[in-house]
Write a protein that binds this ligand. Sequence first.
Ligand SMILES: [Zn+2]
Length: 238
Amino acid sequence: MNQDVYKLLEVQKFDKQISDLEKSIENLHTKIDKIAEVMLQRKTIIEKMQSELKEIEEDRSDKKELLNDAVERLKKLDIKINEATSEKQLKAINTEIEIAKTNEITLKEKIESLDEQIDVKFKETSSKQEKYEQLEKAKNDYENKYLKEKKDIDDKIKIINKEKTKLFESIDHTLLAKYNKINRWAKGTAIVPVKSGACCGCFMKVTPQTLVMMEETEEVVYCPNCGRILIKEKDEEP
Ligand SMILES: [Zn+2]
């Protein structure tokens, strides 16, 4: 095997460590994003419930005003009936009183029913709001954890990178550049062994010519499918 590839395997060990560290912090971020998504959905539901509650409360307040009017009307009619001077007038006032009383009863019933609705809606909204606040707290906790861990991981990666760069000097620059280019997407798996005739990066069978090149030359061999650098299985642990 090409000697520089041996050295690159050492570089790859550092790149694998970096990739693992990056993955662990990414997972934490994904968790935060998921909570934020759920929170957004719940917020929409809560806002809808609050607006429904407001509507019922406004309806109640309108009905309450109408009830007050009806009560006032009845008071006035009570005075009026005492001042009635003819039977015809008395009959007319009595009819008015009956209408106002029916009105009063209907309004009282409606207000009672609206009070019940308000009570139920308020409890539902409060319970949803409480759960939302719990989520918010969990999100904040995760965010703090993320910030702390991100800093730790960034520091660790800096140290690993320093160690890694020390190896660069003795490696052919063109090959190193190619390796770095592959590692940008392969993340610690830029060099992989061939097992049972397949590339361990993309798991596709490699061509017979590729196998021959690996066996018989010192050339750096690339997977014809994914472009990773290929090594023999036995060379995996130098
Ligand atoms: Zn491949």
